[in-house]
Design a protein around this ligand. Structure first.
Ligand SMILES: [Zn+2]
Length: 341
């Protein structure tokens, strides 16, 4: 049997049936290995502790209760077939020396070897769409501008020159171990204290800097300890809309261009989230306050500002009300600042 059979024929299998179906189990293990939950070398279609652990982790992160019910049906099969592999957090990156002999980018010297060194570094940092070669082109210039806007703490790609000078700030950041990496916000899970709403919808408006990812992960850890462990039915931190996959202009936000911005959806008293404003009877203000306090408490990166219109949380100094006609009634908007050298 295949997962597709469960899906297409609307079948429900018991855990015992699943354990005894070698073909199905092998397919399940293969998918779990693609999700980095089980070592590919152990995939053999035989039920073992590693299979059980991996399957439990998958169900937990996908909010499935199949390991509790010990029944496996259509939803389980669909999720396991469709969920995309988590993009693991890049390892800390080492500092390098670019050894530029001239400027690179818009109006620069653009010596082939220098251009290749810069593009190589940007690729290592996750701006990989520009390719590893010595060719200067518009997309590379746009990407240098994106990088410059990030290190300037801007939320729009504006007021940057697109050129890397031999002794300039852009080169220093590019070479540094503190350089921002470009990545997708991880999927999150109840264990981690946050989930990525874009990922749940298959939306790719969830790319940004490693800095923002670290802020969310650390805030979620703090929120879990400070609030969720003692209020286990409260909602997770739910991220929505960082930047588009390659950064830059996005049609649905005035800012959100540089991966330094992230929206947080409102927690509801029933443990779910979103679709409400702070005026709603369903709004869990205690959870939201704990989330904002956690975001302010984390010390990975500095918070530039938090826009959210809830007057009582504004009065507590946790956020700003912009008198924006209600734009930030249904979510909080966070901007972070680059690390200082
Ligand atoms: Zn926003």
């Amino acid at each position: 049997m295949k997962l597709q059979d469960i899906l297409n024929d609307n079948l429900v299998l018991t855990l015992e049936q699943l354990q005894e179906d070698t073909e199905l189990l092998k397919q399940i293990e293969t998918r779990l290995s693609e999700l980095n939950l089980i070592d590919v070398s152990t995939v053999n279609g035989v039920w073992k502790t590693a299979t059980e652990t991996a399957l439990s982790s998958f169900c937990d992160s996908a909010f499935l209760n199949n390991m509790t019910t010990k029944l496996f049906g259509r939803t389980f099969a669909k999720k396991l077939l469709e969920i995309s592999a988590p993009l693991s957090i890049p390892q800390p990156i080492a500092s390098i020396n670019l050894n530029l002999s001239g400027s690179v980018g818009r109006g620069g010297d653009n010596i082939n070897r220098d251009v290749a060194a810069v593009k190589n570094r940007l690729c290592d940092l996750g701006f990989s769409w520009i390719g590893r070669n010595g060719t200067m082109d518009e997309e590379t210039i746009r990407t240098i501008e994106l990088f410059q806007a990030i290190i300037d703490g801007k939320v729009n790609v504006l007021g940057v020159d697109g050129r890397i000078d031999v002794n300039g700030k852009t080169k220093k950041y590019l070479e540094s171990a503190k350089a921002p990496r470009w990545q997708e916000m991880p999927r999150g899970s109840s264990r981690e204290g946050f989930i990525n709403f874009d990922n749940m919808q298959g939306d790719t408006h969830d790319f940004g800097t490693s800095w923002m990812v670290e802020v969310i992960q650390e805030s979620a850890r703090i929120y879990t300890t400070s609030h969720r462990n003692s209020n286990p039915n409260s909602a997770l931190i739910v991220t929505n809309n960082l930047s588009v996959a390659r950064g830059g202009d996005t049609p649905i936000h005035a800012t959100h261009e540089t991966g330094l911005s992230c929206d947080i959806l409102l927690p509801k008293k029933n443990g779910t989230f979103g679709g409400i404003t702070f005026r709603s009877i369903e709004y869990d203000q205690a959870a939201m306050e704990a989330m904002l306090r956690a975001i302010r408490k984390q010390n990975k990166y500095r918070i530039n500002r938090i826009f959210f219109n809830d007057f009582s949380l504004v009065a507590k100094g946790l956020c700003q009300n912009l008198n924006d006609g209600g734009v930030h009634d249904n979510h909080a908007h966070i901007d972070i600042l680059p690390p200082q050298f």
